[in-house]
Design a protein around this ligand. Sequence first.
Ligand code: SAM
Length: 227
Amino acid sequence: MRLRRIPGTREKILQYTPWLVTEPTAWQGRWQDYIAGRLGSQQAEPMEIHLELGTGRGRFINEMARDCSDHFWIGAELREEVLLNALELAKKGETPNLAFLWINVEQTVDIFGVGEVDGIYLNFSDPWPKARHAKRRLTHRRFLERYRRYLKVGGKIRFKTDNEDLFRFSLEEFEANGFALQEVTFDLHNDPALSSMELSARVMTEYERRFSRRGMPIYRCEAVLCS
Ligand code: SAM
């Protein structure tokens, strides 16, 4: 999938520096330097890096960055029209521990170094229901192999979706590709354990809000990288 470039968008998006990282491959293996540069004297210790892939309008990641300020949050998004919204929210909130990448998820292997990322969030990833498109699902083993290159051992992929078929497919893919499953729920918002789950389970994305308002169940799991 190639990035669609609407004339003038790059200029528009560049107004959102420092939240937009314009040359992300330059930071591969050096994201802690990037973070130190962004946060300046406030940041002496390495920070955990948490990555949302397919961040959309950025509601979830903006809220997470605000409420988990001891982590650095990076959102990756392909479509510039929704990314602009995510950048606007970050600028409005003046959120320092947050950055965005205007990229295809395919490119992330050239952007992050081995073990550089602590957590990955896949929220309402496109389901690609046709079997012939299975390879495009962000939980297909083709992508899991990529994530394994830069996710720390013991790091987690947190996955939420409204699509039961995609969820079942993803559970199988995680287990067959070196991830151990935990916190698997087929109805997150009616799960009695919800109040004791970590914050990311409870912070709603745009799509989550839309689907749960319609009474649809939300599926969620955590997949821990074993080795
Ligand atoms: N995560 C948001 C939420 O839960 O509200 C948005 C979900 S939306 C269904 C999926 C998003 O993933 C879209 O904004 C889409 O552009 C983005 N996306 C899909 N495939 C992508 C890829 N290969 N690289 C980057 N972004 C992608």
